[in-house]
Design a protein around this ligand. Structure first.
Ligand code: MN
Length: 253
């Protein structure tokens, strides 16, 4: 199982969640929302080789944490992954648009300068500006998390080489399933976005990512074991691309 976008450090009982994950056959990208959370989250998971921590600065916090860009730059040397970063065009965040743009631009510029990274990207109500900025930088491999734009925007993202991470909550809606059916299936990974995402009243745990498999099987017309094999293949390919980034030889997006 792969949970490529999970806020492990934000579970109230995170140590128990981490311990449970250690014994399970699950790979996790633990995204962070601020650079100051990165080091602590790394310590939390240091014993697991299957949990990787991404360095992030969430768009919803951009206006309050812009001052942490220096820390982002400092940690980036040691961070193999970047996320959660991006833009959020929701109405209630209207007043922070300028700060969001400054922060995301800086994040992409710093990441490009560091040789590029695999990045978990938030693009709610902001797909076009996110893609514009990705295009203007050579910052590595974008994985658009919980994509919720239009089919036209999806095509644009796919044509740019973007990957996608999709989860059980997204697959519950007709719109979500329609979008997933239009994604290049060799560039789709699974995610939960827990604990922010709830299903049946409970926050999604990393293992709940398995609930996406039957849905993907229905969309792709594939048996579940083939879906699982495909997801693992894609994940391994992405890990190789991530390694290429670190060696400075990447070229996607
Ligand atoms: Mn998230």
């Amino acid at each position: 199982m792969i949970d490529f976008h999970c806020h492990l450090d934000l579970f109230p009982d995170y140590q128990r969640v981490v311990d449970d994950c250690m014994g399970a056959n699950i790979y996790i990208l633990a995204v962070t929302t601020t650079p100051s959370a990165w080091r602590g989250t790394r310590k939390l998971v240091c014993a697991s080789r299957r949990i990787r921590v991404a360095l992030g600065l969430h768009p919803e916090l951009a206006h309050r944490r812009e001052s942490e860009l220096g820390l982002f730059e400092e940690h980036l040397r040691d961070a193999q992954y970047v996320g959660e970063v991006g833009l959020d065009g929701s109405k209630h965040l209207h007043s922070s648009q300028d700060a969001q743009l400054r922060v995301f631009r800086s994040v992409l510029w710093l990441t490009q300068r560091a040789g590029g990274r695999v990045m978990s990207i938030h693009s709610r109500h902001a797909v076009d500006p996110v893609l514009d900025l990705l295009k203007a930088h050579d910052a590595g491999i974008p994985v658009l998390h919980w994509f919720s734009g239009s089919k036209t925007q999806l095509k644009r993202a796919a044509d740019m080489g973007c990957w996608f991470s999709v989860g059980p909550a997204m697959l519950r809606s007709r719109k979500g399933r329609d979008l997933v059916s239009a994604m290049p299936r060799e560039r789709v990974l699974t995610e939960t976005d827990g604990p922010f995402t709830r299903l049946g009243g409970k926050p999604l745990l990393p293992f709940d990512v398995s609930r996406a498999v039957p849905e993907l099987g229905a969309i792709w017309g594939e048996a579940e074991h083939l879906v699982e094999a495909r997801l693992i293949d894609s994940f391994k390919r992405l890990l190789r691309l991530a390694a290429d980034c670190r060696e400075g030889s990447r070229s996607v997006a």
